[in-house]
Design a protein around this ligand. Structure first.
Ligand code: SF4
Length: 505
């Protein structure tokens, strides 16, 4: 991903007033609801501490819990597949689809499926794929990607949705919410009834029973997991909890942080495949557990906590950068502060995995799948700069992930690896030289004061050319004061001295 693409997308977003208003409106509503629901629960900080402790324990014993989860899921009749890369996960899905001679797939919301671009692969194979979460359905019709982890169509208004539904259904619809929801319901119902395979994500896997747990508000996951004969679960390898007691804590933290609800409308727990005597459930359940760069974060003192994330989206809602540019500007499946950290880390993890594999260190994918090695298009190394480092994301995070620290560390890594531009390096070298001695500092400030004149407007430095232009076009850069504090202080002392001398006389 090039710097220029990020800038171009951000510029487009900054000139889109509707997008900004829509994102701000929804994010504010979610924040407000979160405040009310967390205050009603009480002792929110203690809940956060508990959540953090559960995630830290699980991730630090991930090997143990992954084995326990896989053993118990298999015992309950599920097929468990481990996929080291996105390509391996896609191969596993395609293999199942071919075996079932699948013609149609219905999907509930799954960020992992977005991460591995599953829909494209299924469609390329001639399989009809339909997103059944209403927001995902809207962005699928618009041929876009989600712009928020929880509210994928946060950037769309009713009129835009009406146009999409009208085009899809070939019948003019009104903008009435009931009409639009009714259209989607009818369309999706047909798809549910005719689907060969249902694909879902996994909010949490419960190691003690091998169950998967899904949180939804529309009930679509229950249709996806019960109506088709085959159910495929795509799960990030870190999405485990040891026990149902831990799920109780997360069931309090996740909906409150995500949408400000006390409890999500539907919380479905699925343990294995349909057994004789069961009235519902898929006859065949496949759980695909994906690494795709995650395991490279394990044990990294700077970044392992990124695996604690429960994908609630609360950090997006409070981020001043996300609220201005929306999700698509990030160019990654994961936007906002979590995306600014997770996307480069996963990309780097994938590169390291691929390098190790090439050296024969680990065997993860076939030669054909080695194409998964990320290119520079995928490195996302500029995303850590999409932050004001205000720390609001940490305050909002229900499991206390220090995203702001990680953003700084990612920036440090980029600088240390020499990936920054020559101009930036020269500027910081200049800073270091100037700030290393009081004399040089005073001299550089004096030169700056003398030279800033042509750039100063109403007390602020503004320029449309040179390296400062990007900075000053979107930020306030106060001009240097006419007199430095030191000179002012010396003058004050001097005049006070004169006064006291006069008093003493
Ligand atoms: S980093 Fe925290 S706030 Fe952001 S999505 Fe993950 S759990 Fe939620």
């Amino acid at each position: 991903m090039s710097d220029l693409k990020v800038l171009a997308r951000s510029r487009d977003a900054l000139s889109d007033e509707f997008l900004q208003a829509a994102v701000r409106f929804t994010a504010d509503r979610l924040r407000g609801k979160k405040k009310v629901s967390t205050e009603a629960l009480g002792r929110w900080e203690e809940w956060r501490d508990r959540g953090q402790a559960i995630r830290a324990h699980t991730v630090s014993h991930l090997d143990f819990y992954l084995k326990q989860f896989a053993d118990n899921a298999r015992q309950a009749g599920a097929n468990v597949h481990f996929a080291a890369t996105g390509d391996e996960a896609i191969s596993a899905v395609m293999h199942i689809a071919q075996e079932k001679q699948a013609k149609s797939v219905v999907k509930a919301k799954s960020m992992v499926s977005e991460e591995i671009h599953l829909n494209h692969h299924l469609q390329d194979a001639g399989i009809d794929v339909v997103e059944t979460d209403l927001g995902e359905y809207i962005v699928q019709l618009a041929k876009e990607t989600p712009s928020h982890i929880i509210i994928p169509a946060i950037h769309k208004n009713r009129e835009q949705i009406r146009e999409l539904f009208t085009e899809d259904g070939g019948k003019d619809l009104s903008t009435d919410t009931k009409v639009l929801a009714g259209f989607a319901r009818r369309r999706l119902r047909e798809k549910f009834l005719n689907a060969d395979i249902g694909v879902t994500g996994c909010n949490f896997g419960i190691a003690e029973s091998g169950s998967i747990c899904l949180f939804t508000n529309e009930g679509n996951a229950d249709m996806v997991t019960n109506l088709p004969k085959t159910h495929i679960v795509l799960m990030g390898m870190e999405r485990l909890l040891p026990t149902f007691a831990d799920l109780e804590v997360m069931a309090n933290l996740l909906p409150r942080s995500a949408t400000g609800q006390k409890l999500t409308t539907y919380m479905s727990v699925i343990t294995g495949s349909k057994r004789s005597g069961d009235s519902d459930g898929a006859e065949e359940v496949h759980i695909i557990i994906l690494d795709n760069g995650r395991s490279r974060q394990l044990g990294d003192p700077d970044f392992h906590e990124i695996l604690h994330c429960i994908r609630c989206g609360a950090c997006l809602n409070v981020c001043p950068v996300y609220r201005h540019v929306g999700g698509h500007s990030y160019g990654s499946v994961y936007p906002g502060p979590i995306g600014a950290v997770l996307s480069p880390l996963l990309a780097k993890g994938r590169q390291e995995q691929a390098r190790l594999e090439e050296r024969g260190g680990v065997s993860t994918a076939s030669g054909e799948q080695r194409g998964a090695t990320p290119t520079m298009e995928d490195d996302y190394s500029d995303l850590p700069y999409a932050s004001s480092l205000c720390g609001a994301c940490y305050e909002a995070c229900p499991v206390k992930i220090p995203l702001h620290d990680m953003l700084v560390k990612l920036r440090q890594k980029k600088v240390a690896s020499g990936q920054t531009s020559g101009t930036e390096r020269a500027m910081f070298r200049g800073f270091r030289i100037a700030f290393a001695s009081p004399g040089r500092y005073r001299l550089s400030m004096g030169v700056g004061r003398a030279m800033q004149g042509p750039l100063v407007r109403d007390g602020y430095i503004t320029t449309t050319f040179g390296p400062l232009a990007g900075w000053t076009s979107s930020r306030y850069a106060p001009s240097l004061a006419k007199t430095s504090f030191r000179d002012g202080w010396a003058a004050l002392q001097h005049s006070l001295g004169d006064v006291s001398k006069e008093d003493g006389e």
